[in-house]
Write a protein that binds this ligand. Sequence first.
Ligand SMILES: *[C@@H]1O[C@H](CO)[C@@H](O)[C@H](O)[C@H]1NC(C)=O
Length: 239
Amino acid sequence: MNMDLQFLYALFLATSFMHGVHSSVFTIKNNCPYDIAPATLTSSGASVTTGFELAPQASNSINVPTPWSGRVWARFQCSNDGGTFSCKSGDCGSGQVACNGAGAIPPATLVEFTLADASGKDFYDISLVDGFNLPVSVVPQGDCQAISCPADINSQCPTDLAVNDGSGGTIGCKSACVQFNEPQYCCTGAYSTPQTCPPTNYSMFFKNLCPDAYSYAYDDPSSTFTCNTGPNYDITFCP
Ligand SMILES: *[C@@H]1O[C@H](CO)[C@@H](O)[C@H](O)[C@H]1NC(C)=O
């Protein structure tokens, strides 16, 4: 950075501070025994880094200015053939480590946040509505509930939902909505209210393994968590 930029940056930080801009730190850790490439998608608020790689046991802390809402997931079995980055699981299709505003191609375990500014409530959840690709935990660094989907759902995935890597390994487990695209699984059409879209045997397969996580669209009562203190969050893949 040259001097002018340093000065402008200092000025920016100072004015941000005076205007009371708040932020939350996400510390994203790879506890899997292989490389992963976490990614984020911002749905409202300032955009943050959209992708990076983590070796086993590595972590990366990112600053998320609040209010913010968006999601975090992770890709694995990634390669960089001929300069195009892609992953067999959780890919976003950007061709780069950065997803640049593209979301996960299902199935992918999603960690979803709606973070308030200083005065409000944070909402967070783990969603398997688009299926599962990696176990994950979310631990607020404060007096708020830790949640996780620790099970290796891939190894137990029903064959009609499983995504294979081409050499016998299961690298994802689609939700019934993603796989069959039918109203009773997707809660659309005649099934578009919580009353008319009950759990199905497929959503219950996910719910039994990961009770904290959303297993289908109207799973709210047991799957949304709130926090009043605007904490930082530790997000660990393969907790
Ligand atoms: C759910 O029920 C359908 C229809 O009876 C059956 O074909 C399918 O195997 C079941 N799936 C699970 C995960 O139990």
